[in-house]
Design a protein around this ligand. Structure first.
Ligand code: AMP
Length: 542
């Protein structure tokens, strides 16, 4: 017997309908690419998204077509998303930090027909457009007055293009499992793999994100997603904010510490989300200027492990709570969040910081488990570690065109490639990427833990640990350090600082100083490049 409830498909554009109807006047503030601060609201964004849909339809875009965006976080990018979604097409976010060859490969794989692009990236797209035969039209996210001279095919200024139609448009209706968005993973080996979100998965995922024990997002918040919409589905902010009618403050291209600070302060942002490197820049700015952030009450930190020193600084010096989060492009992307359940609510000082170094617990809709090399499930005891596997309705069932099939098993468990353990209260902690793990004398050493500890030293700007061949132990850790500007710590000082805080046999065998540590397009440490740089390195005496 079936239930007698209504069939109301979970379509993404219903989210912006809800925001416009119930929170219509809530502000969306953006640092525009042209310069000035721009202000709009959900009602206006919805109306203009309908113009985008109507205009796309007029130009022949139909359900299932891929429409790319290469843009910073602004109101126009958000309107483009909903306009693409409302006509049944698929928004395909492109990461401008990738190499040109990777972008060409990705666009050809996705067969993007149209591209919405910010002024910033027009020169980049001009160099690659003729290598993407499927690309028919480029919509430059600006007005006629700022339209650049360009060689791009069929380039039009966004404002004039949508200005040719009115807002009299009815969103398309279709099955909730219809493809909605596309984002390629930043795979470090081989070609990137396409993740294809559905309307249903985006809506379910946003509902999971806003819950009190997750982001605790509400109409009282003013959220600044520093994380770009092109990184892992924008961490859901494009859906979770309008879903609860939370105000949005979009940083545009201003991603440095000072620009982020200015917007946080002037726009009285209550919550923000970004990767650790962004927060490091902000904290350095605050340290230099002595400024404070009275309205900001919490920050979400994810994408890479959040060093304890960042958490401590935010909480102790600035009174801002840190919410450590873990996720993956394949998970829409939120996986776990480290908020305090009643069992841990009374923690304080070091014990609280220790807990906050964990990646946290999942919302309803995410199942997880840890398995050993024989695929045997490990107990949730906070120490038995192995490969982390997940499943749920907002987690990929496969990659685009069936690539990477080995990461999915017959029961839908997706192998994250992360190594983790889970404690009795369900808090997961990542110790490494499987491919970065160091095996010393048959025992595993967590590079993440060593890195987190090293950046806690006051003179260290960034730290990375890689395994180097050792004749006796097989592999031993080498600590690679970037010093803070104006500081000159010695190897002995750094090792002395670490001693006693970790098992003796985890101590790095050597420390080397470099000017820069390479990063991936989404801000993670590029260990493959580091291993290549140090491939001929040998520990003293070996
Ligand atoms: P991406 O799909 O680019 O977001 O990358 C996902 C990967 O980033 C995960 O599989 C983890 O290896 C890593 N990652 C994301 N968040 C965290 C975190 N809080 N701590 C440690 N690693 C993380």
């Amino acid at each position: 017997m079936l239930g007698l409830m209504q069939d109301w498909p979970l379509l993404c554009h219903k989210v912006i309908d809800h925001a416009a109807q119930n929170h219509g006047g809530r502000e969306i503030v953006s640092r525009s690419i042209e310069g000035p601060i721009h202000r709009t609201d959900y009602k206006t964004v919805r109306g203009r998204s309908m113009q985008v849909s109507k205009r796309l339809e007029m130009d022949g875009i139909v359900i299932g077509d891929r429409v790319a965006t290469m843009a910073w976080n602004t109101w126009r990018h958000l309107e483009s998303w909903y306009g693409i979604l409302g006509v049944g097409a698929v928004y395909h976010t492109l990461n401008p930090r990738l190499f040109a060859e990777q972008i060409i490969w990705i666009m050809n794989d996705a067969e993007d027909r149209f591209l919405f692009v910010d002024l910033t990236f027009v020169p980049l797209i001009e160099t690659i457009a003729d290598k993407v035969p499927s690309l028919e039209k480029v919509i430059i996210l600006t007005d006629e007055a700022h339209m650049p001279e360009t060689t791009l095919p069929n380039a039009v200024p966004y404002e004039a293009w949508i200005g040719e139609v009115d807002q009299d448009f009815a969103w398309k209706e279709f099955d909730e499992k219809t493809a909605a968005g596309m984002c390629y993973t930043s795979g470090t080996t081989g070609n990137p793999k396409g993740v294809l979100y559905s309307h249903r998965s985006n809506v379910i995922h946003a509902m999971a994100c806003v819950q009190p024990d997750m982001l605790n997002l509400s109409s009282k918040d003013r959220m600044m997603p520093v994380v770009p919409l092109f990184h892992a589905n924008g961490w859901s902010t494009g859906f979770s904010c309008p879903m609860v009618g939370c105000g949005m403050v979009m940083p545009g291209a201003g991603m440095d510490g000072e620009s982020i600070y200015d917007l946080l302060r002037q726009e009285r942002v209550t919550m923000s989300a970004a990767v650790p490197t962004v927060w490091l820049m902000l904290l350095q700015h605050l340290e230099k200027t002595g400024e404070k952030l009275p309205d900001l009450n919490r920050v979400v930190i994810g994408g890479s492990a959040c060093p304890r020193s960042i958490t401590q600084s935010f909480q102790d010096t600035y009174g801002v709570d840190v919410i450590h989060a873990w996720g993956m492009t394949e998970m829409s992307p939120l996986g776990t969040i480290c908020t305090l359940k009643p069992e841990y609510e009374d923690l304080s000082g070091d014990a609280k910081l220790d807990l906050q170094a964990k990646q946290g617990h999942p919302p309803f809709t995410i199942e997880m488990k840890v398995t050993d090399d024989d695929n045997k499930e490990q107990p949730w005891d906070g120490k038995s570690f192995g490969r982390l596997k997940v499943r749920g309705p907002a987690i990929s069932a496969s990659y685009y065109k069936g690539r990477g099939a080995e990461q999915f098993d017959e029961d839908n468990w997706f192998d994250t490639g992360d190594v983790a353990h889970i404690d009795p209260y369900g808090y997961m902690e990542i110790t490494d990427r499987a491919k970065d793990v160091i095996k010393s004398g048959g025992e595993w050493i967590s590079t993440i833990e060593l890195e987190n500890l090293a950046v806690g030293h006051q003179d260290v700007a960034e730290a990375a640990v890689i395994g180097i061949h050792h004749p006796k132990w097989d592999e031993r850790p080498l600590l690679v350090i970037v010093k803070k500007e104006g500081c000159d710590p010695s190897k002995e000082e750094i090792l002395g600082f670490m001693a006693g805080k970790i098992a003796k046999w985890w101590m790095p065998d050597d420390v080397v100083f470099v000017d820069e540590i390479p990063h991936t397009a989404t801000g993670k440490i590029q260990k493959m490049d580091l291993r290549e740089t140090f491939k001929d390195y040998r520990f003293p005496g070996t």
